[in-house]
Ligand binder design. Structure first.
Ligand SMILES: C[S@@+](CC[C@H](N)C(=O)[O-])C[C@H]1O[C@@H](n2cnc3c(N)ncnc32)[C@H](O)[C@@H]1O
Length: 251
């Protein structure tokens, strides 16, 4: 999809609407989706699962095939159209809306949000609202699983960064970023340069450190139960670039 006009206001749907056409191609093979499905299906135990920011169904579709009753929430109709066009996609119920307050009815045995998608909520207030909404959707003994990166501010030089994602014969992919350490905001553009022109894919996030996420969980009446370095349950250490965190009501 070509971005023909300046994006005047960044909405919850903006990222998905712009990137839907290339999302699967862009991230193909970069994730441990099989590991995520095994981890999540073990926690769902054949029950009801809700994915926040379900997107094109990268995890939801194989999770459904593993016997979990999956539904989802997403702000972007364009992303969900891609999901529904895939085999089995039309059997996954998806609510279009903001997962700050997911427009769905619980209870769920598992709620999860993968691939830094939680950081798509751009303020601390919205992130707290999401934890509170998730807590109200969880069945007794249910889990909330959150996968996200560990912030690494050494990536930035004077609050900015330009990096090269890929150099091919017919195109170059760059990431152009500004960082606001006070708001904990990162505003980026994935820029694709080719002989056909320039394409822009905006993404804005508000990052949180693991400890801040744990405090938000506590405000919502949840507790951290497990934290791993990845979906294969490798230990979470000071070297970890990401974490898979599991919250529940106090056991
Ligand atoms: C990075 S993609 C992840 C898609 C999928 N979960 C995966 O792991 O491949 C983020 C998804 O979250 C959606 N999203 C971002 N912010 C949202 C919000 N506030 N409410 C609902 N959906 C949102 C986007 O539209 C997009 O489909």
């Amino acid at each position: 999809m070509w971005l023909t006009a300046a994006v005047e206001s960044y909405e919850p749907s903006t990222y998905g609407d712009q990137i839907a056409g290339i999302y699967d191609e862009l991230y193909d093979g970069l994730f441990d989706t099989a590991g995520a499905v095994e981890f999540l299906s073990g926690l769902a135990r054949g029950g009801r699962a809700l994915e926040l920011g379900i997107g094109t169904g990268r995890i939801a579709l194989p999770l459904q095939r593993a016997g979990v009753h999956v539904s989802g929430v997403d702000a972007s109709r364009a992303m969900v159209d891609r999901l529904e066009a895939k085999a089995g996609g039309d059997s996954i119920p998806v609510a279009i809306g903001d997962f700050k307050e997911p427009p769905v009815t619980g209870p769920f045995d598992l709620v999860f949000v993968a691939f830094n998608t939680f950081f798509g909520l751009l303020s601390q207030d919205d992130q707290i609202s999401c934890f509170e909404a998730v807590a109200s959707l969880l069945a007794e003994d249910a889990r909330f699983v959150l996968e996200a990166f560990v912030p690494d501010l050494s990536r930035f030089d004077r609050h900015q960064r330009v990096s090269v994602d890929e150099v091919m014969l017919d195109q170059v992919r760059l990431e152009v970023t500004r960082h606001d350490p006070v708001a904990q905001r990162i505003d980026s553009q994935h820029v694709v340069l080719s002989e056909q022109g320039t394409r822009l894919y905006p993404v804005r996030i508000r990052y949180s450190y693991p400890g801040e996420l744990d405090l938000m969980a506590q405000l919502a009446g949840l507790r951290l139960q497990e934290r791993w370095g990845d979906w294969r349950r490798r230990p979470f250490t000071s070297e970890s670039h990401a974490h898979v965190s599991v919250y529940s009501r106090p056991l």
